[in-house]
Design a binder for this molecule. Structure first.
Ligand code: IPM
Ligand code: MG
Length: 360
């Protein structure tokens, strides 16, 4: 198959980790007889430096013209980087929010799996980590607090800031359907996370989830308050299959979920629209402190490329191949610094990419 992939390497460790994912994709193309054409684009801080804005209209158009988007990470050190002296709508993160909205990427899939080989890196007690876990956070990505009306103004001499958490039933229904569809391919359990004891938006969320659940009689559905969910994730993560939740709750819980896998450098993510089109990126950030040192863990980006093959290109065997290669390299005790432990072999970012490519 011939496919066009828009590539946004971004800032910080982005260029290093994406280069390793491309190494792996090229190996897949060679083995399976595909042609992947890459369109390199700028977004985030590097786009501010080149064009004065974190995301240009041309970049959006070229992403739309591709079959999928592979991304690294954007942003820099928020206290020292000059990018953070700019008004909020011109900073690197504004580019990320704009591309999500412009491409209609409302469904963000963040799988969190505890690899048995890395159980030692899991910060939970052994009695919990020994049970392992394999969950997926389905985060709503283009609504809620992130995109509601916001303003800061002086009212009667007092500075006041407002952010709005708003959802309509259509926005909730389409993410609910995605969650139930994914659950059907997994262990058929959906936990819907909300704050329905306080928020109107959560009460509507719960109602619509129940309506959609009626179409999926095989799926067990439960509702859990977000504060309790945060607690349950560290107490008994094995209880979860698919968690579906609004944008901000999903942002917070997905960092928590990544932490209990041992390293954020292991977590892939996919952001999808209604079609097979998606943007694939590691869940971690740009890690400016280790950028340019060939130290970063490229596995999350490589696993994101596997998700790209699976969800956007329907290449199941190829995606399995990449995931198995990652497993095989971990079995060989090869580790980057973030997942290093005694007796393992420490490798650089590019060495890790090569080891994985060689297993394919
Ligand atoms: C994420 C990040 C972004 C978010 C930031 C960088 C705007 O934390 O993808 O989880 O909050 O969505
Ligand atoms: Mg986040």
């Amino acid at each position: 198959m011939d496919k066009k992939i828009a590539v946004i390497k971004g800032d910080g460790i982005g260029p290093e980790i994406v280069s390793e994912a491309i190494k792996v994709l090229d190996r897949i193309a060679e083995k399976y007889g595909h042609t992947f054409e890459y369109d390199q684009l700028l977004m985030g801080g590097c786009s501010i430096d080149a064009y004065g804005v974190p995301l240009t209209d041309e970049t959006i158009e070229r992403c739309k013209a591709a079959d999928a988007v592979l991304m690294g990470s954007i942003g820099g050190n928020t206290t020292t980087s000059p990018w953070y002296k700019l008004p909020p709508d011109r900073r690197p993160e504004a580019g990320l929010l704009k591309i999500r909205k412009s491409l209609g990427l409302f469904a963000n899939l963040r799988p969190a799996v505890l690899y048995p080989q890395l159980a030692g890196a899991c910060p939970l007690k052994e009695e919990i980590s020994s049970r392992g876990f394999d969950l997926l956070i389905m985060r709503e990505l283009t609504g809620g607090l992130y995109f509601g009306e916001r303003k800061t103004e002086e009212i009667n001499g007092v500075m006041t800031a407002v952010d709005t958490l708003s959802y309509n039933e259509n926005e909730i229904r389409r993410i609910a359907i995605k969650a139930f569809d994914v659950a059907m391919k997994r262990r058929k359990k959906v936990t819907s996370v909300d704050k329905a004891n306080v928020l109107d938006s959560s009460r509507l969320w719960r109602k619509v989830i129940n309506e959609v659940a009626a179409d999926y009689p095989e799926v067990t559905v439960e509702h859990m308050l977000v504060d309790n969910s945060a607690m349950q994730l560290v107490k008994d993560p094995a209880q979860f299959d698919v968690l579906v939740t609004e944008n901000m709750f999903g942002d917070i819980l997905s960092d928590e979920a990544s932490m209990i896998t041992g390293s954020i450098g292991m977590l892939a993510s996919a952001s999808m629209n209604e079609t097979k089109f998606g943007l694939y990126e590691p869940s971690g950030g740009s890690a400016p402190d280790i950028a340019g040192q060939n130290k970063a863990n490229p596995i999350a980006t490589i696993l994101s490329a596997a998700m790209l093959l699976r969800y956007s290109f329907d290449m199941q065997a190829e995606a399995d191949d990449v995931e198995n290669a990652v497993n095989a390299v971990l079995n060989d005790n090869i580790r980057t610094g973030d997942i290093m432990s005694e007796g393992m072999k420490l490798v650089s970012c590019s060495e890790m990419g090569s080891c994985i490519a060689e297993k394919i």
